[in-house]
Design a protein. Sequence first.
Length: 256
Amino acid sequence: MQRKIFATCRFLSCFLFLLLLFSCSKPQLMELPKSGAVVAGRQAWSRLVEVENLKADAILSWRATGGEHGKYRVRLFLAVPDRLKIQWLTPWGSVAGQLIIAEKKFWLSNAREKKTWFGWVEDIDRLLQEPGFRNNGAEFQTVAIQFFRYWSLLFSSPAADDRNFSSDVVVEYFAYGIGDELSFAKNVISADGSNMNFRLFELKELSDKELMPQAVEILSKSGQIGIKLRNYSLQPGFAAKTFIYSLENFNIHEML
């Protein structure tokens, strides 16, 4: 039990610091099945509901090809394309750490140590180079920067991707499987030629025409992340204070 609590506290020091547990292994990119129904193209995504504002209790998990893995309870607030809040919860339900992304800035807080790191999202790599977050290799920095840059692709539709990423990335869309095995996938190619794969699955029928994914996986050569929704709601919008940093008596470390 003590070991589990210690691991959780270390995880909260940086969003992806323990997510990949310093893994230097290189997972292979997810491939579409060799058999079964595979449909390529944007039209295949037409049955997915448009997710613009999402509030959820979720499980955030990670897995390295070397066998290491972890799982954490989180509270998620997502407003595409530029606002995100993740709260890590203790076994007792209190908030142990928090990440806010809004107005191109981030606030990463560790409640146990009452510390907050604050800076521009595009400069997250500077934070990862700080002594407390330094990694054994470049793979960790790659997946962390990719996640912060492309988190709004998690549940987004092709139309939303066109609005938010048309000049930055190339996105290929697929659907495969049938019935309970139906999944949707994106292959995301960034400007530097690197790839990320997104898979949306465990689909719930909201109506005869709309499906809502209950789970998403993100996989690149640098690591794998999973988010599984538990209780969730699609919001018409959020109060402004949802994405405004308001923690008191925290030591602020500015990266600006």
